[in-house]
Ligand binder design. Structure first.
Ligand code: IPD
Ligand code: CA
Ligand code: CA
Length: 263
């Protein structure tokens, strides 16, 4: 019997998540960039995930944050071992293990595990999204004004004026509130769960978004790029929201640097 992609991804996420949970508070921290960190837990967690996926599907390609690309196959696993490394390095327990599988860039499976709270978010293309085995649904908030949004800022924020502050300001005066959790995968699954009504961010990599994007879609959410065009795994940008407010978010994103006052 062939192994289910989802079952193996779940096993990898749970085992790797246990490694992360056990190491928090006792890691060595290195700098990949001025404010971009990596800990020895990121590396250990990634090793564990790759070991499990390689053992089950040796022919598949892998794109993993800390070790890069390996293999050449239409099936590719996208792995963010610890999404929320800055939180993790500070002992702030908001971080996620994120594992997605795509065939020729079409997402098939997404698993996001939150080790601190033992919450396992899963989705299969066409099969709905679940939290610990219970089906998930995005929120039904109808207006931006009543929406709780979430976003993030890129590691290039110190040097690049395209650092999301314009959009942040535009949303701040048009919605109920905005959160910055520090983990894109966390933001996506909490949007799928309906805690957040919408999420936007740019400067992301495929491994940040793959699993969470499928989970949002399978929970009934809409995902796109900032112009309302189709979301792409490698496009770097995402707007993920419940279907009622998605267009209103795109309208605010269009304002850019011109629209700092409530409309
Ligand atoms: C980061 C987190 C953060 C987002 C950054 C990502 P990392 O990933 O997802 O929320 O704002 O853009 O790079 O470095 O913690 O894996
Ligand atoms: Ca990440
Ligand atoms: Ca990471």
């Amino acid at each position: 019997m062939s192994l289910s992609y989802l079952a193996v991804a779940i096993q990898a996420a749970l085992q790797a998540g246990a490694v992360a949970r056990n190491m928090i508070g006792q890691v060595n921290i290195e700098h990949k960039g001025r404010i971009d960190l990596v800990t020895d837990a990121d590396k250990a967690v990634e090793r564990e995930i790759v070991r499990i996926l390689r053992g089950a599907f040796p022919e598949h390609a892998i794109l993993a944050e800390e070790t890069g690309t390996s293999g050449d196959n239409a099936y590719c696993w996208y792995i963010d071992p610890i999404d929320g490394t800055t939180n993790y390095a500070h002992g702030f327990p908001v971080y996620a293990v994120s594992i997605g599988l795509a065939e020729a860039d079409r997402l098939l499976v997404g698993v996001v595990y939150l080790p601190a709270t033992d919450e396992l978010f899963t989705a299969e293309l066409g099969g709905g999204a679940m939290l610990n085995g219970v089906p998930l649904r995005v929120s039904d908030t109808e207006t931006l004004l009543n929406s709780l949004l979430v976003t993030g800022f890129p590691y290039t924020a110190h040097d690049d004026s395209d650092n999301n502050l314009d959009h942040y300001g535009n949303f701040l005066t048009r919605c109920q509130g905005i959160r910055r959790t520090g983990s894109a995968a966390y933001d996506l699954v909490r949007t799928a769960q309906g805690c957040f009504d919408g999420y936007w961010e740019s400067g992301l990599y495929a491994y940040d978004m793959a699993a969470g994007a499928l989970i949002v879609q399978e929970a009934g959410g809409v995902i796109s790029d900032y112009d309302g065009g189709p979301w792409s795994l490698h496009g770097g940008k995402i707007v993920a929201a419940n279907p009622h407010i998605h267009q209103a978010m795109l309208d605010v994103l269009k304002l850019g640097k011109t629209g700092m006052h409530a409309g």
